[in-house]
Design a protein around this ligand. Structure first.
Ligand code: ASP
Ligand code: MG
Length: 399
């Protein structure tokens, strides 16, 4: 039995918060894990906290304390995923398969010390491997690890994706990301009804879409997957329907513009080059990862809140310090609206078309990597996204 288990392929499946939001959904996840197990695979399932648990815990902490201690905040937030992992393990056992839940720390996910947004530095998945060898299904609490000083850390909002990718890399496993959407779309279907699912994407395109505000995969997880050459399969929990596959060999010249996305709560900070170091050190001190930076006579850094409407003290404090340092006129706020694809930087006249389409809304434009963005007033963002999608995604396919 142990030999059979050792010979079988391992798959890491990640279930997002919406997939474990209530008892019925936890049962659906357990059934899907059992079906994967019956198909002969060894399963590691990484889970997020149930529904909006993380937002609620964050809010609660800020009700108890105006400035919650960051270590205690990490302790609190990791509890969300621990609840989900134990419940899913119970449900998998009821499906007739032995299952063990493990915290990030127990899985050997080692991070740096940065509270609230730690980076994984090494994965030592010995306990996971032992449990798999014993025929167990392993349920892992996402979004967390342990620092060299053995402090519990969190990996930043949406960090369960990173847990899944890191474990897949360490175990040599496939990585399937399950959520309430059946893949990555050319735009958010709630805003753009004719958005289409993208069957194949490169890591670069996916990373650019995630940074531009597409919500299916966390940007940091895609960056980790790119670094380790891990393929990602984005699917909908409980259905065998479609999927998006992110992999190294994806045909990245087609479609020319892959998608359109928006990211609310964006801020562009612009200062004379002499002040760049001061701005950069404030951004780094709060652990913020810029969407992009622009160097020149003017230095610019584009920042955005990870979860648009969630409590995010690091972001707010960083903005307060930046405002104090550069003055309110140095900060420009809005919703970032972007097109993403290989066309950016390769297609003559693209930025001109972009500028013409958005011409009636004033905004600042930026090209970075595969992304061409405009910072617009929030009330114009939905209309801009629809217009850009029609022109660059639908129009291109029709042509
Ligand atoms: N529960 C955490 C969050 O809401 C991590 C995750 O969902 O991946 O950000
Ligand atoms: Mg979550």
């Amino acid at each position: 039995m142990a030999e059979m288990a050792a010979a079988a392929a391992t798959v890491v499946q990640k279930y997002g918060g919406s997939s474990v939001a209530d008892v019925a959904k936890i049962h659906t996840v357990a059934e899907q894990i059992a079906a994967t197990r019956r198909a002969g695979k060894r399963v590691v399932a990484v889970v997020s906290a149930m529904g909006k648990t993380t937002d609620q815990l964050m809010k609660l902490a800020h009700e108890v304390s105006a400035a919650p201690d960051r270590r205690e905040l990490d302790m609190l937030l990791t509890a969300g995923e621990r609840i989900a992992m134990a419940l899913v393990a119970m449900a998998v056992r009821d499906q007739g398969f032995p299952a063990t839940s493990l915290t990030g720390s127990q899985c050997g996910i080692l991070t740096n010390d940065a509270p609230g947004g730690a980076r994984i530095v090494e994965v030592r998945p010995f306990r996971v491997q032992d449990a798999l060898d014993q025929g167990q299904v392993v349920i892992v609490a996402g979004f967390q690890g342990t620092s060299w000083r053995r402090e519990v850390t969190t990996l930043g909002r949406g960090g369960s994706d990173t847990t899944a990718v890191a474990l897949a890399a360490a175990l040599g496993a496939d990585c399937e990301i399950y959520s309430d959407v059946d893949g990555i779309y050319s735009a958010d279907p709630r805003t753009v009804p004719d958005a289409r699912r993208l069957d194949h994407l490169s890591h670069d395109e996916t990373l650019a879409l995630a940074r531009a505000g597409a919500k299916v995969l966390a940007a940091d997880a895609v960056a980790y997957a790119r670094l380790h050459g891990i393929a990602l399969y984005a699917r909908k929990t409980g259905t065998a329907a479609g999927e998006s596959v992110v992999r190294v060999d994806a045909p990245s010249l087609r479609p020319w513009v892959v998608g359109v996305a928006q990211r609310p709560s964006a801020v562009l900070v612009q200062v004379p080059a002499a002040q760049a170091a001061q701005v950069q050190s404030i951004v780094a001190a709060f652990g913020l990862v810029p969407v992009t930076e622009l160097a020149g006579a003017t230095y610019g850094v584009l920042l955005a809140r990870d979860v648009a409407d969630a409590v995010d003290p690091a972001f707010d404090q960083a903005l307060a310090q930046l405002t104090a340092a550069v003055g309110p006129q140095g900060l420009q706020r809005g919703t970032l609206v972007s097109i993403v694809g290989p066309a950016v930087g390769r297609e003559p006249g693209l930025s001109q078309q972009f500028a013409q389409l958005l011409g009636h809304w004033t905004g600042t434009w930026l090209a970075h990597g595969l992304t061409l963005s405009a910072l617009l007033a929030p009330e114009h963002a939905d209309a801009a996204v629809r217009l850009l999608h029609r022109h660059f995604v639908v129009g291109e396919v029709a042509a």
